[in-house]
Write a protein that binds this ligand. Structure first.
Ligand code: ADP
Length: 457
């Protein structure tokens, strides 16, 4: 399997569009050749048809005159006086009785009553057909000779012109078509070249849309849009790794600092010893907390996070949350309004984890003595949890970003507030994975209200 993949990768890419261009112009050339042949054949058929008609109508008056004659001698006379070289009269032995011109040699014996033939006479080509007569007890045959020389010359000229036209057109179409198709497909060359050169170092490569022909503009734009998405996802990933490293660097530096302090003075100074142990523990816990959050996000990104969904009583969960919060925080006024028996289908632990983030933030960003309200109610098809505080609020500028990974409002970056700017990103992941949504409204200095919607079914 491995070897196969290697061979596939090594396969030279070449310039497939060139042969495609040739194939396309060859296709059009062939199509043109076919159409030209059809047109040529049709023109020839029309010329023949037209000639046949005109010849027939030219002969028709003479035939009418001949048919009015009552004796062989009269017929012979009419034929001989006819200067248009159209007729021969033959008796039952096949001997010529009369002829407009000596179209048929004296020796020619036409035994067969039905005669259709062609001959060249005096450098002219004739097609002859026979008409039977019974006159004066004789079986006679009137042969009508059609002069088709002009028609043949016309067909030859048309044919020669058509062949000439054919070669010129086919050559022009092939050369111009090839050129045009190659020009059209030049973008594909660029496309292949760019796609071959793309690596994590130059994700900013884009196709030049203005070079494209109409049909290929969409292709170039789609490629560029795809590259935009890849680049943005890659940039986010890079930013995430760099932010994560940055966040980890601080506790590591603190731990290293205390370790050095312990090394120097820890053995003798009990105060330094306890202070260092406490600080190292705190930072280790901080690191543990950060690593847990990073793992959670990574698992979600890799789509390996498993939710154990079940129908549970959300009202009971909210009651628990209120109880926990009252125990945890005695410095703010916690108020609650919980509609009983609201059931939701979801992963109870994960939903609790998400709600905990909102409640912890409310506590974190509300001064002592402030009010926090926790509510649960039904709103149409949703169970809605509201976490409302009258804390420091969030500015309009920061509000759209608070769910971004590692985003922290500048004033919240003080170390004593804790947090890594990952809480709301995690809460959002959990809510979205349950088909829910979050609404937030906030006013700087007045407070914040988060409304978290979970579908009831
Ligand atoms: P953190 O770990 O910093 O709290 P979060 O992702 O939970 O990270 O929150 C992101 C930012 O949103 C916080 O830094 C804070 O500035 C702001 N924020 C979140 N909840 C509140 C709130 N209830 N009141 C004011 N600001 C809040």
């Amino acid at each position: 399997m491995k070897t196969r993949r290697k061979t596939e990768q090594k396969k030279p890419i070449g310039k497939p569009n060139s042969s495609l261009a040739s194939r396309i112009s060859a296709f059009y050339t062939k199509m043109f050749a076919q159409w030209l042949t059809i047109v040529l054949v049709s023109v020839i058929i029309v010329v023949i048809g037209f000639s046949a008609f005109s010849q027939y109508y030219a002969v028709k008056p003479s035939i009418d005159i001949l048919e009015k004659q009552t004796s062989v001698a009269e017929i012979a006379e009419v034929i001989q006086s006819n200067k248009d070289n159209f007729f021969s009269l033959i008796n039952s032995d096949g001997r010529i009785i009369a002829s407009s011109e000596r179209l048929i040699s004296e020796n020619l014996v036409v035994y067969n009553i039905d005669y259709v033939g062609a001959q060249i006479h005096n450098k002219r080509v004739y097609v002859s057909i026979a008409k039977n007569y019974f006159l004066e007890n004789q079986n006679l045959k009137l042969i009508i000779h059609f002069n088709i020389t002009m028609m043949l010359i016309e067909i030859a000229i048309i044919g020669a012109l058509a062949v000439l036209l054919f070669f010129i057109s086919v050559l022009t179409i092939y050369i111009q078509g090839n050129y045009l198709t190659r020009k059209t497909f030049r973008l594909l060359d660029e496309f292949i070249e760019k796609a071959n050169n793309i690596s994590s170092q130059n994700l900013n490569l884009r196709l030049n849309v203005s070079n494209s022909t109409d049909e290929l503009v969409e292709l170039s734009m789609t490629f560029n849009r795809m590259m935009d998405r890849i680049e943005s996802a890659y940039e986010k990933q890079k930013q995430f790794v760099s932010d994560a490293s940055h966040e980890l660097r601080t506790p590591i530096a603190v731990i290293q600092g205390y370790a050095r302090m312990l090394e120097r003075w820890g053995k003798d100074d009990k105060e330094i010893l306890y202070e260092s142990i406490e600080a190292i523990n705190k930072e280790a816990k901080n690191m543990q907390d950060l690593v847990d959050k990073l793992l959670f996000i990574a698992r979600n990104d890799k789509d390996t996070m498993v939710l154990v969904k079940d129908r549970f009583n959300m009202s009971v969960l909210m009651e628990e949350m209120v109880k926990d919060t009252l125990m945890l925080d005695t410095k703010r006024n916690i108020e609650s309004q919980i509609e009983p028996d609201i059931y939701v289908n979801g992963d109870r632990d994960r939903i609790k984890q998400a709600l905990r983030i909102f409640v912890d933030n409310a506590i974190k960003y509300t001064d002592e003595g402030g009010n926090i309200s926790l509510r649960l109610e039904k709103d149409g098809e949703n169970a809605v949890v509201s976490v409302i505080d009258n804390g420091k609020g969030i500015s309009e500028k920061d509000l759209p970003n608070i769910f971004d990974r590692f985003y922290r409002v500048e004033s919240s970056r003080e170390r004593d507030k804790g947090g890594h700017g990952l809480g709301l990103a995690i809460a959002k992941i959990i809510v979205l994975r349950h088909g829910g949504r979050i609404k937030v409204s906030s006013k700087l200095g007045a407070g914040t209200r988060f409304r978290i919607y979970f579908p009831l079914n």
